[in-house]
Design a protein around this ligand. Structure first.
Ligand SMILES: [Zn+2]
Ligand SMILES: [Zn+2]
Length: 433
């Protein structure tokens, strides 16, 4: 008998955590993330670490990974499994969270060290097994190192998608479904629902639209500022620019340069390593030493593209660049990441203003402001294609999570109707036996 406990990441994005318990009382935990939108860090209910057989991390993003150190506060030290690049990127992201909100977090550097010490790296498509449990990571196509988690526990097959994407991007391959994987029939599918109600514009169209806008700014001797998530989105933008021949005067700053170095050390984690390497070599990664001030000023004094986190302008080095560029009519502020409601990035898009804490002023941004959809999640047609490509057992069930409430609810209702498979939009705290 298997029990699936939904600890977090239900009817919202943030705090992803699912515990799957087998008949021997031992559990596998998939992800343990932080809730993103809260002013004070919030985490899912912590399961008892001594009952955990395995902890599996789908990918490094904070909404999936940042709670993991919490499991290492006591004596028990469960083994956490993830891909090699996910380990290094997760260390970077948790370290960053500790730096920014140290006093607010319920764990410290010591727990993070214990967590990393008990991490076992596993490449895609390799199975590990122990007694009644088998586990495989499959390429999720979302960001470098991202994995869908395939489990077999007490004879039941469970597929936890984490975040995934079937669109081939410049940075990573599409997810495993398109690479002729034949999976045995699935009993329980736990699927992300981020864009379950939406259809993305064709990727190529977005790229061309973006490139045209960038070219317009550069031709007027302007500077393009791209606030982008530090991991993956920054690198994706770099590769898109290179694909269309824009490769001089590109500056990468903030966490994006650290994550670029990590990804560079994991050739297996990107789609085209040579392309990634040459794009990186042609761009300027701001130094970590005292030269950085000078290098930033150089970037601000010539036409070019600056890629810098944070993607929603909540903080990070991008704010410094914006405070220099806000009154420049020739500049382009091109937002390339998702903007949650009330984020400074959302407000900038809606009002053209940016509230600068350091200058204590509400700045009117004079340059061109636009948003581009470079999503790294499958949209509705792709989620359907994913479900279509799987085999299910006769009494299979599908659980829709990692999406806003109406996305999860409506997607579950749609699945029941369309596929005649029982589907649920679980709430936090729900358990299914
Ligand atoms: Zn993600
Ligand atoms: Zn996520």
């Amino acid at each position: 008998m298997v029990e699936i406990k939904f600890l977090g990441g239900c009817r919202q994005i943030g705090g992803s955590a699912v515990e799957i318990q087998s008949s021997d009382g031992k559990s596998v935990l998939c992800d343990f993330g932080i809730y993103m939108e809260k002013k004070h860090p919030k985490f899912p209910k912590t399961p008892s670490a001594k009952d955990l057989k395995y902890v599996v991390l789908s990918h490094c993003h904070a909404d999936h990974s940042c709670g993991l150190p919490l499991l290492y506060g006591g004596r028990a030290t469960p083994e956490t499994i993830m891909t090699p690049v996910t380990k290094d990127l997760t260390a970077l992201l948790i370290d960053d969270t500790l730096r920014i909100s140290k006093d607010l977090l319920p764990f410290e550097r010591e727990e993070m060290r214990r967590f990393l010490k008990n991490t076992r790296m596993l490449n895609y498509d390799h199975e590990i097994s122990h007694k009644n449990t088998k586990l495989t990571l499959l390429d999720a196509g979302h960001i470098p190192g991202s994995a869908c988690i395939l489990l077999e526990i007490d004879g039941k097959r469970i597929l936890y998608t984490g975040d995934m994407n079937q669109t081939k991007t410049q940075l990573v391959m599409e997810n495993f479904i398109n690479n002729s994987h034949d999976l045995p029939p699935i009993d329980y599918l736990l699927i992300e629902s981020t864009y379950a109600l939406e259809t993305h514009p064709p990727r190529e169209e977005t790229e061309k639209d973006f490139i045209n806008e960038v070219k317009n700014v550069l031709e007027n001797d302007g500077i393009v500022l791209c606030p982008a998530f530090g991991v993956a989105r920054s690198q994706e933008i770099l590769l898109v620019l290179n694909k269309y021949g824009i490769n001089s005067n590109i500056t990468i700053d903030g966490m994006a340069r650290k994550s670029s170095r990590i990804i560079r050390d994991h050739p297996e984690s990107v789609r085209d390593y040579d392309l990634f390497l040459s794009s990186l070599q042609k761009s300027k990664l701001i130094s970590f030493n005292r030269r950085k001030r000078e290098e930033r000023m150089q970037a601000l004094n010539r036409p070019g593209v600056i890629i810098a986190p944070s993607g929603m302008l909540k903080g990070g080095i991008v704010v410094l660049y914006l405070e220099h560029l806000y009154d420049d009519e020739n500049a382009g502020i091109f937002v390339v990441s998702y903007q949650i409601e009330d984020s400074p990035g959302r407000i900038l898009l809606d009002t053209g203003h940016f509230n600068s804490r350091s200058l204590e002023k509400n700045l009117k941004v004079e340059g061109r402001i636009r948003q581009f959809n470079f999503s790294s999640h499958s949209d509705r047609p792709l989620l359907m294609e994913f479900i279509n490509s799987l085999d299910f057992t006769d009494d299979a069930k599908i659980f829709c999570m990692h999406g806003e409430e109406n996305s999860c609810n409506e997607f579950a209702a749609f699945i029941e109707e369309e596929y005649k498979i029982q589907a649920f939009s679980p709430k936090v705290g729900d358990a299914f036996t």
